[in-house]
Design a protein around this ligand. Structure first.
Ligand code: FEO
Length: 170
């Protein structure tokens, strides 16, 4: 049985992960509209990963006999000034999600909830990876994306990203 504090935070995290999927779909839509189909693909795959994260939190709660309460997912409120802006928004969002997961971990530690800490270890690693990927996209855009030919090649490369299921199975 989980403490009510930890269960509530895990429940809130489901919404945050689904919101992440919404945000990345919104970014995918933006790039699709600009005919940057590779960038659009990259964020569509990212949205699928976020949906997986939400489902992992939901399943973890089910596996611990906790009641899950789903709440409304806010519409992303982003209008992007230029091609780089969504990349910066994605990094900012990942930093927010990292802080949220760290906060659950902190509460789990306070409650001596070792199982939840172990479950969250995967997400802590994953957040390191996601922040790195988001920063790399910005760096590579700054290097190559401001030149039409570089942007074309970067878009083609991002178009090759394919979905893979998460390594964590519950
Ligand atoms: Fe599920 Fe990108 O954090």
């Amino acid at each position: 049985m989980l403490s009510k504090e930890v269960a509530a935070l895990l429940n809130e995290q489901i919404n945050k992960e689904f919101y992440s999927a919404y945000l990345y779909l919104d970014i995918s839509n933006y790039y699709n509209d600009k005919n940057l189909n590779g960038f659009s693909n990259w964020f569509k795959v990212q949205a699928q990963e976020e949906r997986d994260h939400a489902m992992l939190f939901l399943t973890y709660l089910h596996n611990n006999n906790e009641k899950v309460t789903l709440t409304s997912i806010a519409g992303p409120d982003k209008s992007f000034a230029d091609f780089k802006a969504p990349l910066a928004a994605a990094l900012e969002h990942e930093i927010f999600v990292t802080a949220s997961i760290n906060n659950i971990y902190e509460e789990a530690a306070k409650q001596k909830d070792f199982r939840t800490q172990q479950f969250l270890n995967w997400f802590i690693d994953e957040q390191g990876e996601e922040e790195k990927n988001a920063q790399e996209l910005i760096d590579r855009f700054e290097l190559f994306g401001t030149d039409a030919r570089g942007l074309y090649l970067l878009d083609a490369e991002l178009g090759a990203r394919t979905y893979t299921a998460p390594s964590l199975v519950l």
